[in-house]
Design a protein around this ligand. Structure first.
Ligand code: NAD
Ligand code: UGA
Length: 464
C-alpha cells in the first residue's frame, strides 16, 4: 500500500531530533513536522532565539521553517495521532544497572516511545528508528506496538540511523555521504521504505540513498562509529610511539593517509575521542558480540576504548611528571572543555577525566572554553566524582585564554578551537610562571613558535 507523507512527528528534541527535523522541514515545505519532547525547557528553547543546540548554520535553518511547517511541542499525543510517519530520536545511553551494566544500551526511552505511539495511534503509520540501537530492536518495537494498539492500527518499522557529526551537523545533513534506510523485505515494508526515500529525495540524490534489510541498517550504524573510533585509537597508539622515537604523528598520518586505501580522514592524534556516542556505541557492539558468544570479536572492539582511556591518563601523567612530579597547589590553565570544536557539547569529553585527575593531584585548574558554560563544567565534574568543595575551591572558569594563563605553571589545550591557533603567544608567555610549560593535546599551537618563544612545550605525537 503506497504511503503519502504529509505529517511527521519526532519523539525527542535533542541533538539529533531538533536539527534533523529542522532540515527535513526546511527542505520539504509541503510536509508538517512537529518535534516533541517531555522536557518543557528544551522545547521552550527550540521555540526561542537561544536554541538548546549550538551548530553553525542551525539558527538559520530553524528560522526558515519554524512557525510555518516546523513546530516544537510538549503536546505529544495529538502530534503522534496526526502523524503519517514518526521518527524516534530518543536517547539510548549505556545501561548503568543490572544485566549488561556498563555496556548494553538502555532501551527504556525507546520502549516508552513505542508504548506512547501504540496508545494513541489509529490507521497506518511508519515508525522510524533514528536513535542508535542494538540489532533487532525493530523486533522489540514492532511487538510492543502490535500488543498495545487498537485493532485498526498497523505499523511498519524502519531503521534510518543518523550519521551527522556535531559541529558540522547542518553541512552533514544538507550533503550527507549517504542516507541509510532499512526495511522489512516484504511489500508493506518496501512501500514504507519508499515513502521515507521520497522524503529524503526532496534534496538528496537517489544514488546516495542506500536501502537494506532492517538488521544490516541497525548494525551498520554501530559499525560505522566503531570503525571511526578505531582509527582514532590506532593513530593515538602511534602518537605514543612517535613521542618515544622522535617521529611526528602528523607526518606519519600524512604519509599513510595518502594511500587511497587508508584515506586521510580521522587520523588526527588527540587527547582521546569524546562525544556522546563513540564509547557508548562500541560498548554496545562489544555487548552484542558477547551476547552472540563471540568473545574474541568483543575483546577486539573493547581494546579501542581501552586505548582511548590510556591516551587520556597518559596525558595527565605527562603533565604531572614534567612539572617535577607534583602539581599540588599549581595553577594549570585548560583551554577547551568541549569534546570537539564548534560545539557546546561536553558529553564524554576527554577534558572531564583530565581535569578530574588533575584536581585529584591537588592542582588548581582554570578552564576557558568559548562555548561551554560554568554550569555544564561543574555538572560534568560532579558526575565523575569530583566533590563539590573541590569544585568550589580548585576549579575556576576564565573568561578568556589570557586570564586562564595568568600566573599558571602550565597550560594545556584539550579542544581544537580555531581561536587557539592564533593565540598571542608572547603575551601568554609573559603571563605564565617560568619555566612556562605547554601541553598541546590537540597539536593546534604552532610548534615552532612555541619553542622560539621559550616555552617548554610537549605536543601530542611529536617526539623531541
Ligand atoms: P538527547 O539526549 O540530546 O535527546 C533525547 C531527547 O529525547 C531528550 O530531550 C529526552 O527528553 C527525549 N525523550 C525521551 N523519551 C521521550 C519520549 N518518549 N517522547 C519524547 N521525547 C522523549 O540525545 P541525542 O544526542 O539527540 O541522541 C539521540 C539518539 O541519536 C541516540 O540514540 C544517539 O546515539 C543517536 N545519535 C546521536 C548523535 C549526536 O551527534 N548526538 C548522532 C547520531 C546518532
Ligand atoms: C560521531 C560520528 O562522526 C558521526 O558520524 C556519528 O553520527 C556520531 O558520532 C554519533 O553517532 O553520535 P561526533 O561524535 O559528533 O560524530 O564527532 P566526531 O567528529 O566523530 O568526533 C568524535 C571525537 O573524536 C571528538 O572528540 C574528536 O575530537 C575526536 N577525533 C576525531 C579525534 O581525536 N581525531 C580525529 O581525527 C577525529
Amino acid at each position: 500500500m503506497p504511503y503519502t507523507i504529509k505529517n511527521i512527528c519526532c519523539l525527542g528534541a535533542g541533538y539529533v531530533g531538533g536539527p534533523t527535523m529542522a532540515m527535513i522541514a526546511a527542505k520539504c515545505p509541503h510536509i508538517q513536522v512537529t518535534v516533541c519532547d517531555f522536557n518543557q525547557a528544551r522545547i521552550d528553547a527550540w521555540n526561542s532565539d537561544d536554541l538548546p543546540v549550538y551548530e553553525p548554520g542551525l539558527q538559520e535553518v530553524v528560522e526558515s521553517a519554524r512557525g510555518k511547517n516546523l513546530h516544537f511541542s510538549t503536546n505529544i499525543k495529538p502530534a503522534i495521532a496526526a502523524a503519517d510517519l514518526i521518527f524516534v530520536c530518543v536517547g539510548t545511553p549505556t545501561k548503568s544497572y543490572g544485566i549488561g551494566a556498563g555496556r548494553a544500551a538502555d532501551l527504556r526511552y525507546i520502549e516508552s516511545a513505542a508504548r506512547l505511539i501504540a496508545e494513541v495511534s489509529t490507521g497506518n503509520k511508519i515508525i522510524v528508528e533514528k536513535s542508535t540501537i542494538p540489532v533487532k530492536t525493530a523486533n522489540a518495537i514492532q511487538s510492543i506496538l502490535t500488543a498495545n494498539s487498537p485493532a485498526d492500527a498497523t505499523f511498519q518499522v524502519l531503521s534510518n540511523p543518523e550519521f551527522l557529526a556535531e559541529g558540522t551537523a547542518v553541512a552533514d545533513m544538507e550533503n550527507p555521504d549517504r542516507i541509510l534506510i532499512g526495511g522489512e523485505q516484504n511489500p508493506e515494508g518496501q512501500a514504507a521504505l519508499e515513502a521515507l526515500v521520497s522524503v529524503y529525495a526532496n534534496w538528496i540524490p537517489r544514488e546516495k540513498i542506500i536501502t537494506t534489510n532492517l538488521w544490516s541498517s541497525e548494525l551498520s550504524k554501530l559499525v560505522a562509529n566503531a570503525f571511526l573510533a578505531q582509527r582514532i585509537s590506532s593513530i593515538n597508539s602511534i602518537s605514543a610511539l612517535c613521542e618515544a622515537t622522535g617521529a611526528d604523528v602528523d607526518e606519519v598520518a600524512l604519509a599513510i593517509g595518502s594511500d587511497s586505501r587508508i584515506g586521510s580522514k580521522f587520523l588526527k592524534a588527540s587527547v582521546g575521542f569524546g562525544g556522546s556516542c563513540f564509547q557508548k556505541d562500541i560498548l554496545n557492539l562489544v555487548y552484542l558480540c558477547e551476547s552472540f558468544k563471540l568473545p574474541e570479536a568483543a575483546a577486539y572492539w573493547r581494546s579501542v576504548v581501552t586505548m582511548n582511556d590510556w591516551q587520556k591518563s597518559r596525558f595527565v601523567e605527562k603533565i604531572v611528571r614534567t612539572l617535577y612530579n607534583t602539581v599540588n597547589g599549581k595553577r594549570i590553565a585548560i583551554l577547551g572543555f568541549a569534546f570537539k570544536k564548534d560545539t557546546n557539547d561536553t558529553r564524554e569529553s576527554a577534558a572531564i577525566n583530565i581535569v578530574r585527575d588533575l584536581v585529584a593531584e591537588n592542582a588548581h585548574v582554570v578552564i576557558y572554553d568559548p562555548r561551554v558554560d560554568e554550569e555544564s563544567i561543574h555538572r560534568d565534574l560532579l558526575e565523575v566524582g569530583v566533590p563539590q568543595d573541590i569544585i568550589n575551591f580548585n576549579i575556576e572558569i576564565a573568561p578568556d585564554p589570557y586570564t586562564a594563563a595568568t600566573g599558571a605553571h602550565a597550560l594545556a589545550t584539550l579542544t581544537e578551537w580555531d581561536e587557539f591557533r592564533t593565540l598571542d603567544l608572547p603575551r601568554i608567555y609573559d603571563l605564565m610562571l617560568k619555566p612556562a610549560f605547554i601541553f598541546d593535546g590537540r597539536a593546534v599551537l604552532p610548534a615552532g613558535a612555541l619553542k622560539a618563544q621559550g616555552f617548554e612545550a610537549f605536543v601530542i605525537g611529536k617526539g623531541d
